[in-house]
Design a protein around this ligand. Sequence first.
Ligand code: PLZ
Length: 458
Amino acid sequence: MSGASRLVGGPELPQVRRVVSEIPGPRSRELLARQRTLVPAGLRAALPVFVEAVGGGVIVDADGNSFIDFGSGIAVTTVGNSAAAVTERAAAQLHRFTHTCFLVNPYESYLDVCEKLNELAPVPGEKRTILVNSGAEAVENAVKIARAATGRPGIVVFDHAFHGRTLLTMSLTAKNKPYKQGFGPFAPEVHRAPMAYPYRWPTGPENCAEEAAQALADLLDRQVGAENAAAVLVEPIQGEGGIVVPAPGFLSKVATICRARGILLIVDEIQAGIARTGRMFACEHEGVQPDLITTAKGLAGGLPLGAVTGRAELMDAVPTGGLGGTYSGNPVACEAALGVFEEIETHDLMERAREIGDTMLEHLGVLGDTHPVIGDVRGRGAMVAIELVEPDGERFPAPDLTARVARRCHENGLLVLTAGSYGNVLRFLPPLSISDDLLEEGLSILGEAITKESASAA
Ligand code: PLZ
C-alpha cells in the first residue's frame, strides 16, 4: 500500500546521495517479504529497494535513501525518468485516449515516430518502421521480416549475445544460466559465431577483428550455407554480455561478409541505441549501414515501445496482415517517444553522452592503473564498464569480487549493475540527466568499493 505522503519525482528531487538505513531498509524488507508471497522467485531485483521517486540522477526509496543512478532501468531512461517533453506529451495523450489499436484505427503519432526513425536510422535508401511493445518483440519481428524477405530460415548470432527472453530471442541469446536453463527445446536455425571481444581474444586484440570476421565467413560458408542464412544479427556494443565493444573494423567486416552473400544484417540497437553512446545509433561509430535495426529501451523514456526500421523493400515483403499486435505502438508510448527525440535535440544529449563517457573513461582508466583487479575498461558514451579479474595477470574472471563490489556500492548509495557471460563486469549506464557532481561522486564511491573489496580478498 502506498505511503501517506508520496514524494514527487522529477528534476525538483534533491540531487543528493543519502543513506539513512541499512540497504535494503526496514520498509523495503517488509515489501520484499510481501513480494515473496505474491511474485515468483524467478524474478529478482539487482538492488531490492522499493522506489518512491526518481529524477535527474537519483532514485529515492521507501526508507528515504537516495541512490545515485548508474543503471537507468537498464539503459531505458536515457533522457531521464521525468524529462518534461516526455511526461507532458504522454500525460496529454492519456487525457485524449489510451488506445484504439493501430490495427483497428490508426493515429498520427505512430506515423510521427516512424518518420523520425526512418529519418535517423543509418539504413540505406527508402525505409519503413513498425512499432512493437518491447525489445524482444522487435527482434522477433526483425527475424520474421528477414525470413519473409529472403525465403531463408537461418539466423547467425554471436557469443555473449543477448536478444530477449521469448522462445526465439532466448534461443538467440548466448548465456545459459539464468536465461535458458530448463526452458528448452530452443528454436531451430540459430547458429553462433565468435564475437570480436578484444580483451578475451585468444591471439590478442590486434588480430581480433580479422580472425573473428574469418570465423563468421567460415561458419556461413561451411556450416550454415550462405543460401540458407536469412540474416546475421549483432549488437553494436553487447550490453548484457558485458559492454563488449567489438574490435574496431569488425562490424564493417561483418557488413561486407553479409553483402557478398546476399545475407541481411540486423543490428540490435536496443541497449546501445537512441543517443546512449553519443550517436543516435551505436553502429554509426563504425560507419555500418544495416538492412534492419531494432530499437526499444531508450526509445520511449520508460514507456514500453520497440521498433524495427529497415529497407522498404524488405519491410514490405511481408504480406498484408502478417505483422501486428494489440498494443503495438500504443499512443501514449508514441507521444513519449516523440518527447524523447525532442529532449535529445533540445538539450544536445548526444554531446552530453560523450561528455559523460569521457569523464567515466578517464576516472576508470586511472582506477585501472592502480588496481590490478580491473582487467579492462571499455565503452562508449554513457555505456561503460569495467571487467574484474583475479590480480595474477591471467585474466581469470572474478565474479564473486564483482558481486561484492556491487553490493558495497549499493550499501553506499550508488546503483550499479553487473553483466557479462562470466558475471565479472560492472556496467555504468547513467541517465544523461545526471549532474557532473553526482557522476563524480558515484565514480569515487566505486573506486573506494574496489579498493576495499580487493584488499579484503587479497
Ligand atoms: N536486445 C540488446 O539489451 C534487453 C534485459 C533484462 P526487452 N536487455 C535487458 C533482462 O534480464 O531481461 C535487450 C537487449 C538487447 C534485446 C533485449 C530485450 O529487450 O525489452 O527486455 O524484451
